[in-house]
Ligand binder design. Structure first.
Ligand SMILES: Cc1cc2nc3c(=O)[nH]c(=O)nc-3n(C[C@H](O)[C@H](O)[C@H](O)COP(=O)(O)OP(=O)(O)OC[C@H]3O[C@@H](n4cnc5c(N)ncnc54)[C@H](O)[C@@H]3O)c2cc1C
Length: 328
């Protein structure tokens, strides 16, 4: 029997989509191992935020409502995950590969003396209890098979790869209130405030739709064309390194080898040539659309749909059409 614990990360009080994806994976692994699925949620309002988790497949919700855990504190969150894993008898701990998840998971693994498998796009348990996974390497050109053999394994799941399903509509989950694992005076590093960076509301690493702009935009002001299309589609704004290096848009938007790795359902590349370092960050997108005036641009080799044309003409028409379809 192998119990599973999922760390449920929140934004503005609600569970983040990548965490719901992890809950769905957790349900599958718990069923395969004949164990239970618990979800840890921390911070004020944790129990309320976790109320819907039964429908997503959670058997138990572990809620730590401590006021001092409202914002991310690496040591405290890692300690909370390790404590919950021990208390729930978890053999597998799943964390979504968000910025916070990638930071906290190895810390929790160290506290548990567990192996940490990162950036997984596949995960399963073998008959001998080993947790096995697959992760992209060499900029997505190959996959590595990885395994963790100890009694506990921590796994970081790539966002947007696993579907978030409502496994048990209307079902509830047992709620357990737990105290903080670390007292406030023992926390050495904490987040004091979170400031939103401009108009960007959705992090590209978690977005299911991304519209990215490159050097073909010719200047920072033309990013409004990319933003308009992203807004119409309900997506995030991404960028190539050329656009970031030119100072047209902050680095937090950069997609690629030295930027963020993304796997959205839809990736629209506008005025981006498709250099190998850019493809390394987005080639696992489910549908790729390229807008480029050069029919020989390498991006077309990766694209499912291509528009050969001037983005200054194509993007406004595309945006208008999306708005029209959405309003009809
Ligand atoms: C170690 C290393 C790490 C790197 N990491 C990254 C990374 O993380 N992410 C990344 O993106 N790059 C990265 N790069 C840089 C990468 O090699 C490319 O230089 C970069 O991706 C090019 O960006 P771009 O496609 O916007 O620009 P360009 O290659 O200059 O392409 C611009 C494209 O716009 C098209 N275009 C021009 N005008 C129009 C128009 N009016 N309408 C339509 N299309 C038009 C052109 O045909 C062209 O294809 C890295 C490089 C190195 C060496």
């Amino acid at each position: 029997m192998r119990n599973v614990l999922v760390f449920g990360e929140r934004r503005d009080g609600d569970l983040k989509k990548p965490s719901l994806e992890a809950v769905s994976v957790g349900r599958r692994l718990a069923d395969a191992g004949g164990g239970t699925l618990s979800v840890l949620v921390v911070g004020p309002g944790a129990a309320e935020a976790a109320a819907a988790l039964g429908a997503h497949g959670a058997d138990r919700v572990v809620a730590c409502e401590a006021e001092h855990l409202a914002l991310y504190a690496p040591e405290a969150y890692a300690a909370q995950i390790a404590e919950a894993a021990r208390a729930e008898g978890a053999g597998i701990v799943l964390v979504a590969g968000t910025q916070m998840g990638r930071d906290v998971a190895p810390r929790a693994a160290a506290r548990l003396g567990a192996g940490c498998l990162s950036d997984l796009v596949e995960i399963e348990t073998a008959g001998d209890g080993t947790v096995r996974g697959r992760r992209p390497v060499y900029s997505g050109k190959a996959y590595a098979r990885v395994a963790s053999r100890g009694p506990v394994a921590v796994a970081i799941l790539r966002p947007n790869v696993f579907p978030a399903t409502v496994a048990r509509p209307g079902a509830g989950a047992d709620a357990v209130a737990v105290p903080p694992a670390l007292a406030p005076e023992r926390i050495r590093v904490r987040t004091t405030a979170v400031e939103r960076g401009g108009e960007q509301e959705i992090d590209v690493a978690e977005a299911s739709i991304i519209v990215s702009g490159g050097r073909g935009l010719k200047g920072p002001e033309s990013f409004s064309l990319v933003r308009d299309l992203a807004r119409a589609l309900g997506g995030a704004v991404g960028a190539s390194r050329a656009a970031v290096d030119a100072g047209w848009i902050p680095h937090s938007h950069q997609v690629g080898q030295t930027g963020k790795v993304v796997s959205p359902n839809l990736y629209v590349a506008c005025g981006i040539s498709g250099a190998i370092q850019h493809l390394a960050g987005m080639s696992s997108s489910k549908v790729i659309v390229a807008v480029n005036k050069d029919p020989e641009a390498p991006i077309f080799k990766a694209a499912d749909y291509g528009v050969v044309g001037d983005l200054f003409e194509v993007l406004p028409r595309l945006t208008e059409e999306v708005r029209r379809l959405k309003s009809s």
